[in-house]
Design a protein around this ligand. Structure first.
Ligand code: HEC
Length: 217
């Protein structure tokens, strides 16, 4: 009896340990299996997305008449990276445009004057006559803004010269923002007018001041 009791106790103890071991190993197996199952599930979904019908860039297509999967841009498309001040992409020659993309106010002109005197006057001179300080020290002389050709040039030409440079003049796109470029162009127009105004261009009260020998401001 005694030995039986002893045996059954040992047996009971042994079976508890076995159960704990079994529990531990099955927990471990579960820990390994779960991520694997998750990965398989996830990969399964991803594979579906991979296999969907689609065109690679510039792939041939039988669907379109011209055989190209990539469609041409709609005319007048503006790249997301571009400023609306640069105008729509794909225009043949924006330098020929003769309009400002926003209204020119006294503040815009004042800003243009300040930017012009900083960025352009060192070569072009404060009057725009091409007699800036750098030119007086030997740099190539730019043409005067008061030449008939530049007086008649559309505003887009000036914007284009600032943006892309012109001959010996380098581009100022890095130093001058698109909005400031237009402000400078507006100020250049004002400079041109200041040197070529006819008496008839003045308002009557200013004309009278001129007749009386007073200052015209
Ligand atoms: C470092 C000197 C220098 C600076 C600064 C400079 N320019 Fe010029 N610019 C020149 C020279 C030189 C030319 C003549 C280039 C040529 O004909 O090869 C020129 C030409 C021009 C022309 C005439 C283009 C034509 O149709 O003949 C315009 C307009 C002009 N610049 C505008 C500007 C404006 C606006 C700025 C300021 C944002 C500016 N430039 C800054 C040197 C300069």
């Amino acid at each position: 009896m005694w030995s039986f009791e002893e045996n059954s106790r040992r047996y009971a103890v042994g079976s508890r340990q076995q159960r704990r071991l079994w529990l531990l190993s099955s927990l471990r197996a579960l820990c390994c299996l779960l991520p694997t199952a998750y990965c398989l599930l996830f990969l399964g979904c991803r594979q579906d997305m991979h296999d969907q019908p689609k065109y690679q860039p510039l792939e041939a297509s039988k669907f379109f008449d011209d055989g190209r999967a990539s469609r041409p841009l709609v005319e007048g498309t503006v790249p997301r990276s571009a400023s609306i001040l640069d105008g729509p992409a794909g225009r043949t020659n924006p330098a020929e445009d003769d309009f400002f993309p926003f209204p020119i106010t006294a503040e815009v002109l004042a800003r243009g004057q300040e930017r012009f005197n900083i960025s352009c006057a060192p070569c072009h001179g404060r009057l725009g006559d091409g007699n800036g300080m750098i030119v007086q020290r030997g740099f190539r002389r730019p043409p005067s803004y008061h030449d008939a050709r530049l007086r008649d040039a559309p505003v887009g030409h000036f914007y284009d010269v600032i943006t892309n440079g012109f001959g010996a003049m380098s581009s100022y796109a890095d130093q001058v923002t698109p909005r400031d470029r237009w402000a400078i162009v507006a100020y250049i127009r004002a400079l041109q007018l200041s040197q070529n105004a006819a008496l008839a261009d003045l308002p009557p009260e200013e004309r009278q001041k001129l007749g009386a020998g007073g200052p015209v401001r």
